[in-house]
Design a protein around this ligand. Sequence first.
Ligand SMILES: [Zn+2]
Length: 232
Amino acid sequence: MDLIAKGARRPSSAKTGHVELFTRSELLVHRGRELGLAVQAELRKPWQALHEDLQRGAWAGHVAELVERFTNPGDDDLAAVFDLLDATFCRLCEEADARLVVRHFELKLLEETGFRPELQQCVLGDEGIIAEDQFFSHAAGGVVCPQCAGRGLGQLPLAEPTLRVMRHLQRSPWVQLRSLRVPETLHNDLERVLTGYITWVLERRLQGMDFARRVRHLRSPHNLGKNRSRQS
Ligand SMILES: [Zn+2]
């Protein structure tokens, strides 16, 4: 149900600071015919880092956009998606590798909403996938082995190390992933494959993803150096 929170921006309002972007609050709601009215709000998790760190906030925007696109307000059971969102915002505040948090979230969300990519078997010929470079098909939703590559359209190369990390992310709980060290080139490749697939599924560009990328580009040591030398 869509809600309105009247006066949430007024400094004197009891709801000020409790109904904000990227916060978890408990609300007392009067149900209307079409809209709910939040009459009381109590802050549960402020997720401070998402407000203070531009990059982490940008990732949170991407995460929220995906949840919105992959679900409908009338969906029966969104508890698992809600728990995933809650856990992801906590991890985005706490974990060193925010990009890894986002990739893990994306694979879990795809699974919860029925778009789990097949990473164990070739989606065209059913062969088991062995440790070598493969291909990925957006349309068929998974890995295509080198023998079947060329059958069907729209297949992209999928390097073996990228597939290995994707499989690990898909099958493992976060606690087993948090110590994983992913080099930047591998991160870029993971992002290319997963964002490509998600964009194909949703049939639209991801604004939050575009913004998070721009922030990362601005903040990369290379560009920070450039900006500094330009200022001096
Ligand atoms: Zn095959």
